[in-house]
Design a protein. Structure first.
Length: 736
């Protein structure tokens, strides 16, 4: 089931994809990835595509010093062969959060012996539908290409592309009789659009412009062309029946099922797939999609995602009709479904041709489901990696479930696991988890995490440093030490806790996002020494991008954990009317947040300004820029309108970012503490604060933020360590 080769859509800006489809060498696109990611080392690699009999995929590494040859059957595997060499021979690293590529004039070492590894699975998929909202809605081509390059180097051979599907919807419903204005009113803005594709919402934030639809379509064409040039399957959304709620008014007699609400938003209608209009809409959708983007081997569709209603429609019959419509236009395609919450139901699967179904199972980090082969009725499935929600910046992942349970489940007789699926809701956090998870697609047996972590620390920083080793063993046992336990009473426990600095202010806050874990899975005091250890890493290693990122991330996490110690003390002081202690502790809380912001502004990975800097080029007028800025800001804060925000979506996309911490979270806590202080002075009930109104005002503000870092990461991390009595000299004094 290897991905097919597809025709390439002409690039509109060929310079953005260094390796064009006109390249003479079949390995030119892969070589271009290396040139972009490591220009100084790329010339030392010779790449060769050499298929094996039976179409079995593999990579093979040979060579001499300075001349490394990598062979493989496909380009994604070829690139992972390069990555394997970097990791285990050269002890170098390219990660989503910085690279460690050795000295500028490094000559690459030869492998001691040839290295050959078979591809264990046909599919190595990437991207949660929500990435297009929480990470990528406004990325430009260069930023998106970098993500593709990182994923390609990680062996990924199928990537979801949702950008540009808004134009497909527009054209489909124009064919169905809707006016230009009506359908553009229905389509939402980019940061919220993937939830419309999943049938969760519509009609939010005003009319999308035709110029924006066309820009996004051109961008999608370039992204898809880049994927195809690399032999990566672009996974596209399919059509399963979403329609504007008033569809029956244009098509009398159409059987449209009202879908109710999703987290405070009114869902689009769902057209009964047995209705004659369904086949017309599906054919129109696939025709326009083909004309714009070509075809795929995999189509992503989720009926009744996180709710919805079948009404009087038999689910089995409906699912069969959806599959038939897909197969009519794409006879060999796979329908990708999510193994998430109660989906896919037995009823939905019962009538499907499961040989054309691919299920991304994304709950294994929360609930150990050992019988998925039976539950999925013989359908092939991907063992998903979902360790982060909402693009949140918390450190943590259930590594045991990837390092041990994945290979064990795959080794079961007649296992239907056919691959892996990177399914984090945002990208580019937790590079430790990303590195392990993508590597597990190549391990037939469980990995010993302590040994793997030691090797990770060496390639992460470029030397065997005892303090780096110690820091990462601490992190492995704490932030990365939890595993699936089936407990669903304390939030989304496949991820780690978020920061209560980011919570809507309350003395009883235990989480920022409504569904985040409300308890830590480790003792914060056990993680804190990792900061002390990282601060003692050899000075010669501290200039690497990887060290700089990790130092900021660990210091950030350590300070975020401090909030959970402080808040109960603040509550106790308030409850006992101890004004002096209350003033002292709240001042300490706000000082900690200020130190946090100063730290975050030293790293390019923790900047609100970087997020917002991608927005302006997409706008065609000042009015549209206002709408898009609101779109990009609100997804981080209130998420939606008042109803949706207060229903529970506020802070779902919270993150520790400079600018967001100082101008949003910190200002809220200052307002809250002031109201409590006044209440203590006046012996009255604290004045209620309209947090939605505050957030909505901030979402509409025009303030710009620095898109590039400034300040010194080491000094800022050391300042936090001193504040928390974790600085190396403080630890030495404590043990004297």
């Amino acid at each position: 089931m290897l991905p097919k080769q597809f025709f390439a859509i002409p690039l509109l800006a060929a310079s953005l994809v260094t390796a064009s489809t006109r390249a003479e060498s079949p390995t030119a696109p892969a070589q271009a990835v290396l040139q972009r990611l490591m220009p100084n080392l790329a010339p030392q690699f010779q790449l060769a595509l050499i298929p094996k009999p039976g179409r079995k995929d593999y990579f093979r590494i040979t060579g001499i010093q300075g001349h490394i040859r990598v062979e493989a059957a496909t380009q994604p595997t070829l690139l992972y062969g390069v990555n394997w060499y970097l990791k285990f021979v050269a002890h170098l690293q390219i990660s989503p959060n910085g690279s460690q590529l050795g000295a500028p004039n490094l000559t690459l070492p030869a492998p001691d012996a040839p290295i050959e590894k078979p591809a264990l699975y046909p599919w190595r998929y990437a991207l949660n539908e929500n990435v297009d909202g929480y990470s990528a809605p406004y990325w430009d081509q260069q930023r998106w290409q970098h993500e593709i390059d990182i994923l390609a180097l990680s062996g990924t051979n199928a990537i979801l592309i949702e950008r540009g599907m808004d134009l497909v919807l527009y054209q489909t419903f124009r064919d169905a009789g809707y006016s230009d204005q009506a359908i553009r009113n229905w389509i939402v803005q980019p940061a919220h659009q993937n939830w419309q594709l999943m049938g969760n919402m519509c009609c939010f934030q005003g009319t999308i412009s035709m110029e924006l639809l066309e820009k996004r379509s051109r961008s999608a064409q370039q992204l898809i062309a880049s994927l195809r040039s690399l032999g990566i399957t672009p996974v596209l959304p399919g059509y399963y029946g979403i329609v504007p709620a008033d569809f029956a008014s244009l098509h009398p007699g159409a059987h449209v099922i009202t879908q109710g609400d999703w987290n405070g938003f009114t869902r689009p209608g769902w057209l009964d797939p047995r209705d004659p209009n369904f086949d017309k809409l599906a054919a129109s959708f696939y025709r326009h999609q083909h004309a714009l983007y070509g075809d795929s081997a995999i189509y992503d569709m989720e009926i009744f995602q996180e709710g919805g209603a079948a009404g009087d429609v038999p689910v089995a019959e409906a699912a069969k009709k959806v599959q038939q419509a897909l197969m009519r236009d794409h006879p060999n395609a796979l329908w990708m479904l999510l193994g998430w919450q109660q989906n896919p139901t037995q009823e939905l699967l019962s009538s499907l041709d499961t040989s054309h179904v691919l299920i991304a199972e994304i709950e294994q980090g929360r609930i150990p489901r050992e019988d998925r082969d039976r539950e999925f009725r013989g359908a092939s499935w991907l063992y998903g990696g979902l360790w982060e929600f909402g693009g949140r910046t918390t450190m943590g992942a259930p590594l045991y479930d990837y390092a041990v349970r994945l290979p064990k489940m795959s080794a079961k007789p007649n296992s239907r696991i056919v691959g892996t699926a990177i399914f984090t809701e945002g990208m580019d956090t937790n590079p430790f988890a990303f590195d392990l998870y993508t590597e597990m697609a190549w391990h037939a047996n469980p990995v010993t995490l302590t040994e793997w972590t030691d090797a990770y620390a060496i390639r992460r920083y470029g030397a065997n440093d005892p303090h780096a080793q110690s820091a990462w063993q601490i992190l492995l046992k704490t932030a990365y030490g939890y595993r699936a336990d089936g407990n669903t009473q304390h939030g989304e426990r496949d991820a780690s806790q978020d920061s209560i600095f980011n919570a809507q202010p309350s003395l009883t806050a235990t989480r920022a996002a409504t569904w985040s874990p409300d308890v830590l899975r480790y003792n914060p005091s056990d993680l804190a020494p990792a900061l002390t250890e990282l601060l003692q890493v050899a000075p010669t290693l501290r200039s690497t991008e990887t060290y700089q990122y990790d130092l900021v991330d660990v210091a950030r996490q350590t300070m975020a954990n401090e909030g959970r110690r402080l808040l109960p003390l603040i509550k106790q002081a308030y409850d006992t009317k101890d004004k002096i202690t209350f003033a002292k502790l709240t001042k300490e809380w706000l000082r900690d947040m200020e130190l946090q912001n100063q730290l975050l502004q030293t790293s390019p990975f923790f900047l609100l300004g970087k997020w917002l800097s991608f927005v302006p080029p997409w706008a065609s007028s000042p009015e549209e820029l206002d709408r898009l800025n609101y779109d990009a800001r609100s997804i981080l804060t209130t998420w939606g309108d008042r109803k949706a925000s207060e229903y529970g979506l506020h802070e779902y996309g919270n993150r520790d970012w400079a600018g967001l911490t100082s101008d949003y979270y910190m200002v809220r806590w200052q307002m809250y503490f002031d109201s409590l202080s006044t209440a203590l002075d006046t012996v009255e009930t604290p004045k209620a604060i309209d947090w939605y109104a505050f957030g909505d005002q901030w979402n509409h503000s025009q303030k710009t933020y620095a898109a590039t870092p400034h300040g010194d990461s080491y000094d800022s991390a050391l300042a936090i360590a001193h504040t928390l009595h974790l600085a190396p000299n403080q630890q030495s004094e404590a043990h004297q």
